[in-house]
Structures are given as C-alpha cells and as structure tokens.
Design a protein around this ligand. Structure first.
Ligand SMILES: Nc1ncnc2c1ncn2[C@@H]1O[C@H](COP(=O)(O)OP(=O)(O)OP(=O)(O)O)[C@@H](O)[C@H]1O
Length: 312
C-alpha cells in the first residue's frame, strides 16, 4: 500500500507536486496518468526518498522509505532505463545488488528468466537495446521480491512485443497481490492495463477512480448530424430542447451539428418535422483520451473531482 498525504514538492517558485493525497491499494494495477511535467516522476521519487518532500508525507506500507527495515524487499522501482553501469554485464549488475540485499545468486537467474534476459545476461549493458535495458530495470525491481512496485513510464521506447510483455507482467504482479503503480502520459496506454486511475495535472490530483467508472462518466455520446441547412435545423433542435439543460447543440468545424442529450432517433424526427434535409446522422462517443486531455489542460483550476463532478 502506498499513501500520499498532502504531498508537496517545490523547486524555488515552481511547484512540481501540489498537495497530493491518495492511496494505492494492493492487488490491482493503478495507473498514474498525467501529461509531461505533471509531477509523476517527482511523486514516485518521493516514495523512494530520492526527493525530499517540501511538505506532506509519502509512505510505503505506512512508513517512510528511510524507516523501512529492508527497503529493497518492500519496494522495487523502474525509474529510468540505463541506471545500470554500461561496462557491466546484466548478470553482474544484478549479482551486485543481490549481494547487497543478501540474496542468493540463484535469485538472479530466476529474475533474468522471468524478464527474458537469460541469453543476453553475459553481455555488457552498454550494448543493450532500450527494450533490453527496460527488462533489466524490471529484473532489478523484482529481484528482492517486493510487495510494492513503482514503474515510471515503463513502455517508453518499447516495441509492440515489449509493450505487450510489460502489460502482462504488470497484470501478473497485481494478481499476485502486489501494489503496482504505473505512470504514463498516455490514456490509451494505461486504459489497457490499469484497474484504477490517478490523474494528475500540474502537480494536482484531478481524478481518482476505477477505470470503468471513468470510461462510463467521460465517454459521453453525442449525435452528429449533417444538413445543407444547419441554421434552421439548429433552431428547431434548440426549440425542442426547451429548458432541458442536458441538451446542447454545437456547430463543428465542418459545419456539422453535434447534439448532446438527444437520441439519434429524436434528432431525425425533429429534422423531419422541421422539413430540413439530412445528409448524414450518426451517434459518436467522445474518446476517453480526449476527455483526459481536456481535464488535464485545465487542471490548474480544479480540485480532485469524481467522474460525476467532471461532467456535471
Ligand atoms: N530538480 C528539479 N528542479 C527544478 N524543477 C524540477 C526538478 N524536477 C522536476 N522539476 C519540474 O517539476 C515539474 C514536474 O516534473 P516531473 O518530472 O515530476 O513530471 P512528470 O509528470 O514525471 O513528467 P515527465 O513525464 O515529463 O517526466 C516539471 O515542471 C519539472 O520541470
């Protein structure tokens, strides 16, 4: 379990992390989502005592990292590819860490096998591809079999096979009952692997909810209607909406009308009643990615909100 309690980090006048409070529960993958510069890396580093909070607390199983009896056995992290010395072999890098942690050498072979690096373990890290370095970073994180894992942008630079492998691995680790926090700046990426999402923008928490709940609340449908006479059609739709605040009509760049709060059937019937020709009419779902971009773009003005509040 990870707990951020009013966690704040300032660099001079710049606030990187601004009063974040959340918990990350075991047994599920929690996506830590936000655009570049939102404060994800800084937050993760505060859990590992690599960055000292200006105020607030970052706790691993209720304690600060520095207070953990066996930190490496309690929390593992993949922060950036390339932290291993380029002149060392992958195996030597892991053996050195195993030695420090008091682990048997056989454990090194186990994790090498788990991340698919056994064949390359005797080669120098300097010659590894980015994907191989990511795998070595994961092996390093898993070496002491920790219950808590922090992965910062783990799929950056990976090819399709590597991305799939990383997804399956994070799922497996969560299914084993571990606490898994995975950061990304892409909704499309975390959406596929996370059970729960923490969304940050400009250092502040803007959403904290299960992925399914966010999909339900953010992917609002609307009707797109093309007419050679959009003006009269718009007037007729707005008249029919009356005082119903859920109904909204917008004109998009290509002249089509976007109608929120009415079914496609109702829009078709209203156009027919008004005698306006319709050249196209369909129902469309706004993507979760789009909703996320809108939410984080304006995040500086917002407090953390539930999905219902986001679209209220
Ligand atoms: N040591 C530092 N000194 C000054 N500013 C910093 C420092 N570390 C981070 N920042 C700033 O704090 C903000 C948050 O950075 P952080 O790296 O945590 O964001 P991020 O969400 O991980 O983004 P990215 O995906 O780009 O790494 C950014 O504006 C960054 O420039």
């Amino acid at each position: 379990m990870l707990t951020a309690d009013r966690l704040t980090k300032r660099h001079g006048p710049r606030t990187a992390v601004d009063g974040l409070s959340f918990t990350v529960a075991p047994g599920r993958v929690t996506g830590f989502l936000g655009p570049n510069g939102a404060g994800k890396t800084t937050t993760m580093r505060m859990f590992l005592d690599l960055v000292r909070p200006t105020s607030g607390r970052a706790l691993v199983d209720g304690r600060r990292y520095g207070e953990l009896a066996w930190p490496a056995r309690e929390v593992g992290a993949l922060l950036e590819a390339g932290s291993a010395h380029p002149g060392r072999t992958g195996r030597a890098h892991l053996r050195a860490k195993a030695h420090v942690c008091g682990l048997p050498r056989i454990r090194v072979e186990e994790v090498l096998d788990e991340v698919g690096l056994t064949a390359a373990a005797g080669r120098r890290v300097g010659g590894y591809s980015l994907g191989m370095r990511q795998r070595l970073g994961v092996a390093d994180a898993l070496l002491a079999d920790p219950g808590v894992l922090l992965f910062d942008e783990p799929v950056n630079g990976l090819d399709l096979d590597g991305v799939r492998w990383m997804r399956e691995l994070t799922r497996r680790l969560a299914d084993q009952g571990r606490t898994v926090l995975v950061s990304s700046h892409l909704m499309s990426e975390v959406e596929q692997v996370a059970d729960h999402l923490l969304v940050v923008g400009r250092g502040r928490l803007v959403a904290d909810a299960p992925v399914q709940e966010l999909i339900g609340a953010w992917s609002h449908a609307h009707v797109v209607v093309h007419s050679p006479r959009p003006g009269p059609l718009r007037q007729c739709l707005e008249r029919a909406a009356g005082t119903d605040a859920r109904v909204r009509v917008e004109t998009s760049g290509d002249g089509a009308l976007r109608v929120f709060g009415l079914s496609p059937e109702r829009v078709g019937d209203l156009a027919h009643e008004a005698g306006t020709p319709v050249h196209g009419l369909w129902s469309q779902r706004a993507s979760l990615e789009q909703a996320y971009l809108e939410l984080t773009e304006n995040s500086v003005e917002h407090e953390a909100r539930t999905p219902e509040e986001v679209h209220a």
